[in-house]
Design a protein around this ligand. Structure first.
Ligand SMILES: [Zn+2]
Length: 229
């Protein structure tokens, strides 16, 4: 079942390792089939060099296992919640990539300091509120998803395709699982650039709204002109 999606999800997980965003078995990628109402996600704790498409776990969008012998990634409930809340997304990626995680640990949103950032995010990369003791003791992964959704309220998920979880790390998404990997690579790069920018000049300010709009809407929305049509 869903052989093409399984292969895409495996490839996305391997790509995270090749891009240096994942060490050991940290991190996970999933993809969704909207027509089937099912998602495929990495299994928990299986070494990447031994993973095969058949190891991907298929679940419904409530996280109930439909097919697979292995335990799904422990972050499944967070992924499932994002798919339920954002019908426009097709893939979710979670990593502990170094620079983006540093911003999450600092509980700081990544400000939009340049056009590279504005090409992907129409504003800061947001950060959640820290989870409460009750959130952590309860259904932790679902409560992580809920914290992301609270912070994303009113934002277009494709105009802001990632959110940092305070004290934890980024969750990223895109129109497909491959696109979500692309987002994760970009978020890591933006995080590193912003850190360097503020190190060189601690008083550096976000770019103007004019420049932000120009770059963002060149690539996104009805007036987009970027790329080959
Ligand atoms: Zn994590």
């Amino acid at each position: 079942m869903l052989d093409a999606l399984r292969a895409e999800v495996l490839e996305a997980n391997l790509e995270l390792v090749r891009r240096g965003l994942v060490i050991f078995t940290f991190g996970n990628a999933s993809g969704v089939s909207r027509e089937d109402g099912l998602l495929a996600i990495k299994p928990s704790g299986v070494p990447y060099e031994r993973m095969t498409p058949d190891d991907m776990v298929i679940t419904d969008l409530d996280g109930n296992i439909v097919e697979g012998n292995l335990k799904p990634s422990s972050d499944l409930a967070t992924h499932a919640m994002l798919y339920r809340a954002f019908p426009s997304i097709g893939g979710v990626v979670h990593t502990h990539s170094r620079h983006a995680t540093a911003w999450a640990q600092a509980v700081r949103e990544i400000p939009c300091l340049g056009t590279t950032h504005a090409d992907y995010f129409h504003g800061s990369v947001p950060v959640t509120e820290p989870l409460s003791a009750a959130d952590i003791a309860g259904d932790y992964e679902a409560n992580t998803g809920a914290a992301i959704l609270r912070r994303m309220a009113g934002l277009d998920p494709l105009g802001c395709p990632a959110c940092l979880v305070a004290g934890h790390a980024p969750f990223c998404w895109g129109t497909s699982v491959a696109d979500a990997v692309h987002t994760a690579v970009i978020v890591e790069e933006l995080a590193a650039m912003a850190w360097m920018t503020l190190t060189i000049n601690p008083a550096a300010q976000p770019i103007s709204q004019h420049l932000r709009d120009k770059h963002h809407f060149r690539k996104h929305g009805p007036s987009a002109t970027y790329g080959q049509k």
